[in-house]
Design a protein around this ligand. Structure first.
Ligand code: FES
Length: 205
């Protein structure tokens, strides 16, 4: 692996360096390297792609070519929570468009903006995730799967995520008893939509 830049620059990319080294600094592992970098940054920053190219001793165009070829890679920053609304046939027929509308309304997103300014939330529309029996389906960070979801239940889920983030940012105080009761009601509503287990189902329906 080539030595890149000065010490400060190197330190900034320590994590990237360790990922590259873990993969032996091999060009043949470029996709795996980019996958791990994206997991770290939640997207592929331009300067990191250039750094990877230099470190692997290949033209930046090669790295950009791979990063832009595969749909799994994003060159745009993504939110902490990636909300995927399935718009496959079964989900579409059962109201996925209304769910997308709720997410956009709640989070201030539109056709030209799929990530909130605070980088907390990203909305993605995906094709069938293989859980048509649960349609319409929404996932959060590919871990939480919500099936047979109504716009009202999705609204509660989003409210809870927003409140959780505000709380972790220290911008809201402790819950009152009334809030706690409301949270309990919301949890009950959400539990009724949460699919068994937390893994996203496999493809195909
Ligand atoms: S169409 Fe949405 S899970 Fe199959």
């Amino acid at each position: 692996m080539a030595v890149v830049g000065n010490e400060i620059f190197q330190r900034r990319f320590d994590k990237v360096n360790s990922i590259i080294e873990k993969h032996g600094g091999k060009v043949s592992n470029l996709i795996a390297i980019l996958q791990e970098i994206q997991a770290e940054y939640r997207y592929l920053p331009e300067e990191v792609l250039t750094y990877v190219a230099t470190a692997l001793g290949i033209p930046p165009a090669t790295v950009y070519g791979v990063a832009t070829f595969y749909a799994q890679f994003s060159l745009k920053p993504k939110g902490k929570y990636i909300i995927k609304v399935c718009d496959g046939t079964a989900c579409h027929v059962r109201g996925s468009e209304k769910l997308r509308y709720v997410v956009r309304e709640k989070l201030g997103l539109d056709d030209s903006k799929d990530t909130t300014d605070d980088l907390k939330f990203t909305l993605e529309t995906v094709s069938c995730i293989g859980a048509c029996g649960l349609a319409p389906v929404v996932t959060v960070n590919d871990r939480e799967v919500y099936g047979q979801l109504t716009p009202e239940a999705l609204s509660i889920i989003l409210d809870q995520l927003v409140a959780k983030e505000k709380s972790s940012d220290g911008t809201s105080g402790a819950n009152s008893d009334a809030d706690a009761d409301a949270d309990a009601d919301a949890d009950a509503a959400i539990d009724s939509t949460r699919a068994a287990g937390t893994d996203v189902p496999g493809k195909g329906c």
